[in-house]
Write a protein that binds this ligand. Structure first.
Ligand code: ADP
Ligand code: F6P
Length: 324
């Protein structure tokens, strides 16, 4: 029988995402309600190795559900990718009496959680990233807020783009994944969505479509560009030179990572946090929780990391039909 869980810790790792605070709050309050002791590990695995560990009571997470970022801070930690670093991390957990850890982050953070689990520390991973690029889940904490933030920015750019009858290229985040670009593209009625997964680098085809649509009377041309596709500034120069339509590029950048989480991010983050504690209390370890086809599910970490997912071809095609 697995050892009884008395102390649960929570950490955030990798890029921050709106909703992480709601998730931390849920972990802390669910564990406290079950009569457990809770600790916060600050600055992800880096903080674990530096023993930056604090006690968390119900008050420690009051007034944070509405806040972006993460009150536990986050970091990327090279040392923890080594077997020595992982061994040290597990020993520190034992020193602080930590029986289980909830890791909120992305695939890299789950790899770390898997290593800790193999060393006898119970771990549960929760998907937290604006990129929505975690294969075992349809939804990641922070994605909804990031899309809404980017959508509002694109709306504003569209106002000025239309007034000046310009083409606007707007670069959104997502690392190698085009989920933010795809969702904003549809939400903003963009004429083009360029993602690393689907763009064939055929700028000439875009130039031709712009010329055709200009001739039809279109006053603006919005191109949503996922950050991994290529240089938006360079693309703008080529498009302007070849179409004669003034073209501007805007890189939205880290504005997409901040801000107060949407209701969706707060609610799902709260559910994820509570479910992670429930799993730990059931004696489960080495699991990642996802939300798929309308329900919460959990997978072995290695199994989750092997999964793949791709942009919905129907949504991509939809945009071609609606945006042009
Ligand atoms: P994300 O969790 O968003 O994918 P990273 O890839 O930066 O972000 O990973 C976050 C942290 O997780 C890393 O800085 C590192 O400390 C830890 N990590 C990543 N990969 C591994 C690995 N293979 N083994 C152990 N820890 C890892
Ligand atoms: O993973 C979240 C993310 O914002 C990606 O979309 C982006 O590529 C990356 O992190 C930026 O990382 P940093 O904040 O280290 O510049």
């Amino acid at each position: 029988m697995s050892k009884e869980i008395n102390t649960i810790a929570v950490l955030t790792s990798g890029g921050d995402a709106p909703g992480m605070n709601a998730c931390i709050r849920a972990v802390v309050r669910t564990a406290l309600a079950a009569g457990k002791t809770v600790k916060g590990i600050r600055r992800g695995y880096a903080g674990l190795l530096e023993e930056d560990i604090i006690d968390m009571d119900a008050y420690a997470v009051s007034d944070i559900i509405q806040k972006g970022g993460t009150v536990l801070y986050t970091a990327r930690c090279k040392e923890f990718t080594t077997p020595e670093g992982q061994q040290k991390g597990a020993e520190i957990c034992r020193k602080y009496g930590i029986d289980g850890i909830v890791v909120i982050g992305g695939d890299g953070s789950f790899q770390g959680a898997g290593k800790l689990s193999a060393l006898g520390i119970n771990t549960i991973g929760l998907p937290g990233t604006i990129d929505n690029d975690i294969a075992c889940t349809d939804y990641t904490i922070g994605f909804d807020t990031a899309v809404n933030t980017a959508m509002e920015c694109v709306d504003k750019i569209r106002d000025t783009s239309t007034s000046h009858e310009r083409c606007s290229i707007i670069e959104v985040m997502g690392r190698g994944a085009g989920y933010i670009a795809l969702w904003c593209g549809i939400a903003n009625g963009a004429e083009e969505i360029l993602t690393a997964e689907t763009f064939d680098n055929d700028i000439e085809a875009i130039v031709e479509r712009i010329k055709t649509m200009r001739a039809r009377g279109k006053k603006h041309y919005i191109i949503l560009n996922a950050e991994s596709v290529g240089h938006s500034d360079e693309m703008a120069k080529v498009i302007q030179a070849e179409t004669g339509m003034e073209t501007r590029a805007t890189v939205l950048g880290h504005i997409q990572r901040g801000g107060s989480p949407t209701a969706r991010d707060r609610v799902y983050a709260s559910e994820f946090g509570a479910k992670a504690v429930d799993l730990l209390l059931q004696g489960k370890t080495n699991r990642v929780i996802g939300y798929r086809n309308g329900e919460f599910v959990d997978y072995d970490i290695a199994e989750a990391l092997k999964m793949t997912k791709s942009l919905d071809p129907w949504m991509l095609d939809l945009n071609k039909r609606l945006g042009r």
